[in-house]
Design a protein around this ligand. Structure first.
Ligand SMILES: NC(=O)c1ccc[n+]([C@@H]2O[C@H](COP(=O)([O-])OP(=O)(O)OC[C@H]3O[C@@H](n4cnc5c(N)ncnc54)[C@H](OP(=O)(O)O)[C@@H]3O)[C@@H](O)[C@H]2O)c1
Length: 240
């Protein structure tokens, strides 16, 4: 039993929910955050059967007040975090996501700003709010769930807003990794590949469980020299 203190954003479904299950199975203490506890039925059921090892908190990563409330709540219950999975994200048009992305020629500023707000700016605001707790953690790590679509070098035509939001996410967290304030916490940018979740859809080739196991192993193996790296779920470097 490892007894690490782990916070996961976007834990109501998909990769986030599977991270919750796997960390619980490893004996970790998990704080799972979701936008709406009422709608997160699978997570609530898991919380009932897991007792004190799983704590569910409300957190909308696009809402500064919600981030601040969640940080206060986690501070009061945990005091420190050893691992933060910044996983919450939206892909325009995927199930459960209000934002659509129109083709070029019909793009709107509102859609673009919403995707950037949740996927990039909101994620860094989460990192900032929980940073003091991470710096008090044991061997602390910030695992940021990015996407291959965030690669500028390997871009052969990606969805405009989603790709740009993940490239911005990468830039923001790589800056954090090498900022003096980022010392002491290993910051990793992770690409899950095309994974079978609501977002990935039914044609996704990579099953959820091994992808999440792979992501966890990549994080487990990482040391200080890896901070700022952009890695896929098998541990291979992804071009920025
Ligand atoms: N699946 C893939 O193929 C794939 C590929 C590359 C990268 N990713 C990335 O992996 C991460 C997880 O994706 P997934 O496939 O698990 O997607 P998913 O099944 O659509 O789940 C997305 C999660 O993010 C949460 N979320 C959305 N907006 C939020 C907000 N404003 N505040 C807090 N939580 C919010 C959702 O909560 P609600 O239930 O409340 O909507 C849900 O828990 C995302 O960052 C995604 O970009 C996925």
């Amino acid at each position: 039993m490892s007894d690490r203190r782990v916070l996961i954003t976007g834990a109501s479904r998909g990769i986030g929910l599977e991270l919750v299950k796997q960390h619980l199975a490893s004996g970790d203490r998990v704080v799972a955050s979701c936008r709406s506890r009422d709608k997160a039925t699978a997570l609530s059921a898991l919380a009932e059967s897991s007792g004190a090892r799983l704590n569910v908190v409300a957190l909308d990563v696009g809402d500064p007040a919600s981030i601040a409330r969640a940080a206060d709540e986690v501070e009061a219950s945990c005091g420190a975090l050893d691992l933060l999975w910044s996983n919450a994200g939206i892909y325009p048009g995927s199930p459960g996501t209000e934002v659509q992305e129109q083709p070029f020629g019909e793009l709107t500023m509102e859609e673009g700003l919403e995707v950037l707000r949740v996927n990039a700016v909101g994620a860094l605001m989460v990192a900032q709010a929980f940073w003091p707790m991470l710096t008090r953690g044991r061997d602390p790590k910030l695992a940021v769930v990015s996407s291959g679509y965030g690669s500028v070098g390997d871009n052969h035509g990606t969805p405009f807003w989603y790709g740009a939001s993940k490239a911005a996410l990468n830039m923001l967290h790589r800056s954090l990794a090498f900022d003096p304030a980022g010392r002491g916490v290993v910051v990793l940018l992770l690409s899950p590949g095309w994974t079978a979740t609501d977002m990935g859809g039914p044609r996704a080739p990579d099953p959820l469980v091994p992808v999440v196991e792979g992501l966890r192993q990549v994080v487990e193996r990482a040391t200080a020299v890896d901070t700022g790296a952009f890695l896929d779920w098998r541990g291979e470097a992804v071009p920025f």
